[in-house]
Design a protein around this ligand. Sequence first.
Ligand code: SAM
Length: 323
Amino acid sequence: MSQSRLSTALEQGLLSLPAGPVSVLRPPAGYDLSAIAPDRLRISHGFRPDYEFWQATGAVVSVAPVAAPTTIVVLPRAKTLARGMIAQACALSGLVIVDGQRTEGVDSLWRELRGRLGEMPAVTKAHGRMFWFNVSDRLTDWAIAAPAPDAAGFYRQPGVFSEGGVDRGSQVLAAGLPAKLPARVADLGAGWGYLSAAALARPGVQQIDLIEAESLSLDCARLNVTDPRARFIWADVTRHAPDRAYDAVIMNPPFHAGRAAEPALGQAFIAAAARMLAPHGQLWMVSNRHLPYETALREKFRNLAEVGQDGGFKVFHATRPLR
Ligand SMILES: C[S@@+](CC[C@H](N)C(=O)[O-])C[C@H]1O[C@@H](n2cnc3c(N)ncnc32)[C@H](O)[C@@H]1O
């Protein structure tokens, strides 16, 4: 592995860390922290697959960041979330280190922060930048407010999928669901709960499990779906084993991991749906027209039909899951 920006800065003496724990916010699986003794690390992550990765390394991991003399903010893609994490680091720390890829907007953030706080040291390497500064109380306007409902009554917050409103694909799927649904339903990758709310509005549902990897999304889903038939499960869909097989799965699967389009993740969701369904179980799924999911659906289900489409989206209904 080529040397990371963090290792470079520490090994070349450009950066020295205060004694004590180092809190690291949202490092993706595999992020290089080898320059810091493992017992000093306090990892926080709300995305379950990354959380599980760090847990498996033996690191101390939590969902919420903890106070520590040093905080490393690993930039996420969502700009408002990135700013909120920096404001949070300022509230919990002394030295704040920000590390990110150019594609995640690290350079514009660095320019903006220099404009607000003055010059700050930086290391550029491998299509990214790391910079650091002592905490400031001049970034409190970046703090993320508690989610508030929109005109339709839905709560969302920075870092959730379709933060700006209802996703068009999900709308197409909600419209394509049958008038009545079976008793036990799972919403895989449930996000902030839009599809589950639509399912619960249909007669027949006795229980719905909202299975979602991002804790920020699930927090909003709890506010959006207050029906007692709903259960909220923070899990990686590709690894989760339900307590009982489902009669139906509904899903608008993720089509990218990070920035790259990643049909493999959607295909893993299709395999997970087949695995979680009872033999009589049914799947309703929406996908972008151009995504190559039909082969995976035919491999995992005996029967497949396209039951709706709109613009760039199509809705599939699949039955007779194969394991
Ligand atoms: C396309 S969005 C759909 C969200 C929601 N169902 C809606 O209709 O608005 C896919 C969702 O899958 C979640 N996700 C991604 N990878 C996951 C995984 N491995 N396990 C569970 N959820 C995952 C994402 O966080 C995102 O909320």
